[in-house]
Design a binder for this molecule. Sequence first.
Ligand code: CP
Length: 308
Amino acid sequence: MKKKRKHVLSLRDLSNQDTLDIINSGVDYARGKIELGEQLKGKVIGIYFTKTSTRTRTSFSSAALRLGAQIISYGPNDLQINTGENIHDTLQVLSQMLDGLVVRTSGPLTELRTLKNMESMSLINAMTDDEHPTQALADLTTIKLHFGELSGIRIIYFGEGNNTAIALALSLTKFRNVTVYFCTPPNYGLDKSVLCYAQKEGKKMNSHIQEVHRVKSLPLDVDIIYTTRWETTGTIKDDINWRKEFEPFSVTERLMAQYPKAIFMHDLPAHRGEEVEASVIDGEKSIVFEQAKNKVHSAKAVLQWCLG
Ligand code: CP
């Protein structure tokens, strides 16, 4: 009998146990507890990125190769989508030739859901404009490696309510007694429906998620300060004066000093002098390069969960 395909499209689709299984497997890969080479032997995986990427594209490509798969890599100008073929036909055709496809697009997640035959190919969302699920899975792997557990973690996220923030909201509320504050500029918060959904899900786990727009109104006893770049993968904002609104949310040394127990995380790429001061990201509390490195271990876990 043909094996059922699994997908990582949105964190909403993953059960709490699925999420934990992927994170635990990422932790095991990071600790060198799993031998590499055979997990995806004989599989062919497409890596299709219509937008720039350093970490996600390389981590999934490297992970697939290290687990024994072969990959076909497509850049933004390689497929006939570029000449007008629609995404539905593209996915339909690729699903007849590949075992899995890792995709980054500038469109919404609903585009990837146009694949009708979900049994033929695993789909992995490597970032759509509305969610970055594999970033959150990698980040939670890093947090578990660093703190030993996810339950009870307290985080303040500074900056835009972008696709990384959304993925963090959707993933963290799957764990018990978690506290997350999203401190965003007033006009750049999380999508309201996603925030409501995450708050409702969080309540079931006794976890608290809140959006605030004032840096001063936050608790000081937290484990992690997290930020992302202000222009996600080069996106442009309508308001030409947007930087003024973002400036109070920059993670400076002065801001970090208010949270003496907190480590610093950033999904990268970073713009020193904008969302974070150089002395913070390059300082002793920063774990951003450990965080980036764990993307490859988490990618192995995602690929194995989907296709192994
Ligand atoms: N954090 C992240 O997704 O990095 P890349 O855009 O380089 O893949």
